[in-house]
Design a protein around this ligand. Structure first.
Ligand code: IPE
Ligand code: IPE
Ligand code: MG
Length: 252
């Protein structure tokens, strides 16, 4: 197979992915669960349940092709605005997902991690998350980064507070603040910035996702709603990514 493998697009056209330039960090705004359900005249919760199935497949595929970090936007700091019934469903699904999948994830050598302020999540979610962190912390495969009660602005505030505290305690000099100082105090400390940000379901906005980290990320949008997003869609995104010219402000 060499460093390439092939898959067929719906059009039957063959696309080759270069396994030597798989993005290190893929971040996904998993959107469209509600609209997917509405289309089928089902309650929104059915969309969220179907969305969990997609997570399972995409995590597997990322592991298989050697992605190092996968960040999934699962619940934003703004999603608390939704009816409490829907918020509860999402929290329950998280618990269910972790309970059901953690052993399989562990077998696949996945490290479960999270970004966001989980202290505001129901205790049972925190418990299951901690359980997953503990079980998988010594693995060396894909880092599955769940963005839970995550907001980019909230994260920047968190980082500023941590830095301010260090200055107050005399552990850091104001003059020494640089990009890396901010990086090290974000939830994503020690992770590379996302190479590509994928958003499903047609919307073309960040919705407060990874504001600092996306400075040079490639964006990729699809109309496909999250429950319908398949590994072939992921492969298409990666293929497009591999054909982009990342200049970082320079000239090639
Ligand atoms: C994404 O689907 C899941 C979360 C934001 C938690 P949505 O629930 O936002 O689905 P739409 O956008 O209403 O279709
Ligand atoms: C972004 O989706 C948040 C998640 C996918 C968790 P939303 O559905 O909340 O975003 P908006 O409201 O359309 O911007
Ligand atoms: Mg949405």
């Amino acid at each position: 197979m060499g460093s390439f493998f092939s898959f067929r697009k719906k059009s039957k056209e063959t696309i080759e992915l270069d396994l030597n330039s798989i993005p290190k960090h893929i971040a996904i705004i998993m959107d469209g669960n509600g609209r997917w359900a509405k289309e089928k005249k089902l309650p929104r919760t059915f969309g969220h349940k179907a969305g969990v199935e997609t997570i399972r497949d995409i995590v597997k595929e990322c592991s298989r092709i050697g992605v190092k970090y996968l960040t999934l936007y699962a619940f934003s700091t703004e999603n608390w605005k939704r009816p409490s019934e829907e918020v509860n469903t999402l929290m329950n699904l998280l618990v269910e997902y972790l309970k059901k999948e953690v052993n399989e994830l562990n077998k696949e050598n996945v490290v479960v991690n999270n970004i966001g302020d989980t202290s505001k999540l129901p205790k049972i979610c925190q418990l299951e998350l901690n359980n997953a962190f503990e079980l998988t912390k010594n693995n060396s495969g894909l880092v599955l980064n769940l963005a839970l009660n995550y907001g980019g602005r909230n994260e920047i505030i968190y980082s500023i507070k941590e830095i301010a505290q260090k200055i107050k305690e005399g552990k850091l000099d104001v003059e020494d603040i640089e990009e890396s100082t901010i990086n090290q105090h974000l939830y994503t400390a020690n992770m590379p910035d996302p190479d590509i940000i994928i958003r499903t379901a047609g919307e073309q906005r960040l919705s407060n996702f990874l504001l600092w980290q996306c400075a040079y990320s490639e964006f990729w949008y699809t109309d496909v709603k999250w429950p319908d997003f398949k590994k072939q869609d992921l492969q298409k995104a990666i293929y497009d990514y591999q054909n982009r010219d990342r200049r970082y402000g320079g000239i090639k």
